[in-house]
Design a protein around this ligand. Sequence first.
Ligand code: FES
Length: 290
Amino acid sequence: MTRTGKSQRLSQHLAEPFAEIHPSDARQYGISDADILRISTAHGEVLLRALVTPRQQHGSIFVPMHWTDQFAAKARVDALVAPVTDPVSGQPASKNAPARMERFGAHAFGFAVLAERPTAIDADYWALARCAGGWRVELALEVDRDWTGFAATLFGHVETGETLAYHDTANGQHRFARFFGERLIGALYLAREPVAVSRGWAVEQLSATHADRRMRLAVVAGRPGGNQADRGATVCSCFGVGANQIAQAVQGGCASVEAIGAALQAGTNCGSCRAEIKGIIDARRLQAAE
Ligand code: FES
């Protein structure tokens, strides 16, 4: 995400506000990766996705400052700090503040892709980001809802077209996909746990044609059908390369960041993804060794 939120390519990389915490803090507070965190100070609170990583030091929480009320329900970091500014430069004192964190008790998690920007999102936690062909939304809600009505509102009450739905009420899974002609208008996935649908693949469905019923059912199922491939989460935003593509290249013999760059271009422009590429190479090597 950038401050303006206008770049769809950059929005894909980390498409929601997050809080980095150390694994030992996560264990102590009963927090799992991808949970929603409520972080509060004497001044206010925010809701953010938990990113559990040893990169963060024990006892500290890192929160990015780029999120505004236009793109997230409650993620403005300035809500957490005292309204104090430097008398000369006007720079806010937003570098640090004592804070507490707790797990947000979500009844349901959701993920949606939409052809049009939604006019309103009625959820406790939401984060909106541009993507190729439209918008993507991450959701978490504290209480149960009429999910059919919720999907209709999110999709924009389009009267024409076809909506396909799947409900597993026992397991709290609900999925909706709305089509107009051969085009996907919106898809919504809801679950009791953080939704496991591949974001990259779901986003691609907004630009794909869906004349085939099997393809429409694959969208409802939330996984590639037939010979569709899943590139995985975007690692290199400069060249749109996903984690699965990098993992496949490692399996095919690419054993260094340079080799990945030669094969996929990933890591050969700004270089900010090189550490993540190295992490994937190391993880695949470890897996192979085991
Ligand atoms: S993100 Fe810039 S080179 Fe990969």
